[in-house]
Design a binder for this molecule. Structure first.
Ligand code: FAD
Length: 261
């Protein structure tokens, strides 16, 4: 199988990159083909702007979704974006490796998503009508592929527990796991999160690396997070609210979008 790892850390010798390389080495040892996009190493342009749409007439007002859709349809997206889209289509699994910065991903990685996820490629896909709201949340261009996060956090695991002050890690990662990965069709595996990452020592690293190797061995076998599929019958159209039969009305928040076990 093919695996694309996208990493976002400014220091080549960082813990993030060491874990990325651990994952890549295990996957290669298991016979998979691994490609790495190191966003800082390639000096990825993170801001989506007019330069992304070279064929847009100077007098035309920039409306990003429209310009993105037009450029995708006419094959005029910039080469860096096209190359990353090809990587996503090539890969059977996508891994994003990053340190948690302000409870989210570093800006360079967000900018990779903003630019690579073009209209018509990752959103605006499929039939949009009175009876269907496109192919997304479990369907879409990247359906049939798997995705997973490798995240380092400075805080303690308890800070990210069900009653922890930072909020539960599954809630914090919901916009990435559900909004960015499940949206265009990925099956999303539970994240690999390392807490107290700044305090990591060599012994801790070896234990963490070993746990990550185990996760990599199960990359194509482990059950994904059971997010509800948009077009699976659980949501009203066009309000896109959960039907009362799918979840009683007191069930709200991110967890409501999981199929009950
Ligand atoms: P590094 O700094 O590269 O390394 C961490 C430690 O691992 C070092 O001591 C290093 O020696 C050790 N190490 C052990 N073995 C190895 C090895 N083989 N290779 C490399 N290193 C090794 N934390 C939160 O919890 N929530 C937040 O919202 C948050 N926001 C932040 C925002 C910013 C802007 C910044 C800078 C930090 C933030 N942090 C936050 C902390 C951040 O998540 C951690 O600093 C980060 O996850 C540590 O991972 P790293 O890859 O940068 O580690």
């Amino acid at each position: 199988m093919n695996v694309l790892i996208v990493s976002a850390h400014p220091e080549p010798r960082s813990l993030t990159n060491a874990l990325r390389d651990t994952a890549a080495a295990q996957l290669s040892a298991d016979g998979h083909t691994v490609r790495v996009t190191d966003l800082y190493a390639i000096n990825w342009k993170s801001a989506a702007d007019r330069a992304d749409f070279p064929t847009l007439a100077p007098a035309q007002r920039l409306r990003v979704p429209q310009a993105s859709g037009e450029a995708f349809a006419t094959g005029t997206l910039t080469d860096d974006v096209v190359q990353e889209q090809e990587g996503l289509l090539w890969a059977d699994a996508l891994i994003l490796a990053f340190p948690l910065w302000w409870f989210s991903m570093p800006a360079i990685l967000k900018g990779w998503i903003d630019r690579v996820y073009a209209y018509g490629f990752a959103y605006g896909v499929g039939e949009h009508s009175d009876t269907r709201w496109g192919d997304r949340y479990g369907e879409g261009r990247l359906a049939g592929k798997r995705a997973m996060l490798i995240v380092n956090a400075g805080g303690w695991a308890s800070h990210y527990g069900p009653r922890g002050i930072n909020g539960p890690i599954d809630d914090l990662l919901f916009p990435i796991q559900h909004g960015v990965l499940f949206y265009p069709g990925y099956e999303v595996l539970p994240p690999f999160v390392t807490y107290r990452a700044d305090r990591m020592d060599e012994m801790g690293f070896e234990a963490t690396a070993q746990a990550l190797r185990e996760r990599m061995r199960g990359l194509f076998a482990e059950p994904p997070i059971p997010f509800r599929r948009q077009n699976g019958g659980d949501y009203e159209i066009p309000s896109m609210e959960l039907r009362p039969e799918a979840a009683p009305e007191h069930i709200t928040g991110f967890g409501a979008h999981l199929v009950p076990s």
